[in-house]
Design a protein around this ligand. Structure first.
Ligand code: FE
Length: 198
């Protein structure tokens, strides 16, 4: 089995946002698909470690902001490298609200979709949510970003002075001599096997 073939799959990148108990949060995902057009339904698969995951389970609603090629690495750091359990990601990040009162981002994004969950499937580490599309809007004509474009043009090269382990998938740097064997990349959720020493 050539595991590199998995990197040949093309997919986009999104900020998945939710609201629960008055709290707003968001994370980065690459797992959005339209599954049927009539009715218009999407699937999104979310790691259970994400705070956003629990908020969607509780509230049954989410927004996805579709990231464009204009998105900055900072957006990935902001939504991917820290947890909503520790920080309020919307305290200082520009956002708008859709009719469902959930946030979406317009900086580095070309549109959003609102989903209402109709079913969920337990995939072990992740939950797959199937949702009705209940709203959506295009607000820029910029190309949607692909994972490949992110790798080649957005991801910051690791600082040559930094010591530690770099995620081969997304470029996240773990600082420290020893990477714990059960370490999970906070951005892309790949495991220690996908890290290499700097
Ligand atoms: Fe990663």
């Amino acid at each position: 089995m050539d595991n590199n073939v998995m990197f040949k799959i093309s997919y986009g990148l999104y900020v998945l946002t939710a609201k629960d108990d008055g709290k707003l949060n968001g994370c980065i995902v690459n797992t959005l698909q339209q599954v049927t057009t009539s009715p218009n339904r999407i699937s999104i698969t979310v790691n259970k470690d994400n705070f956003t995951h629990d908020m969607i389970v509780a509230s049954g609603e989410f927004n996805v902001s579709i990231l464009s090629e204009k998105v900055k690495f900072n957006t990935f750091k902001h939504f991917g490298f820290q947890s909503g359990r520790d920080v309020d990601k919307f305290a200082d990040f520009p956002m708008e609200k859709s009719e469902n009162d959930l946030p979406y981002i317009t900086h580095g994004s070309n549109g959003f979709i609102s989903g209402k969950v109709i079913s969920k499937t337990d995939l072990g580490t992740h939950t797959m949510f199937i949702a009705d599309v209940v709203d959506g809007k295009v607000f820029a004509e910029d190309n949607s970003v692909t994972y490949d474009y992110y790798h080649k043009n957005i991801k910051e090269a690791p600082n040559s002075k930094s010591k530690g382990w770099v995620c081969k998938i997304c470029g996240y740097v773990y600082e420290g001599d020893d990477l714990p064997p059960d370490f999970i990349c906070p951005l892309c959720k790949h495991g220690a096997a996908d890290f290499e020493k700097l």
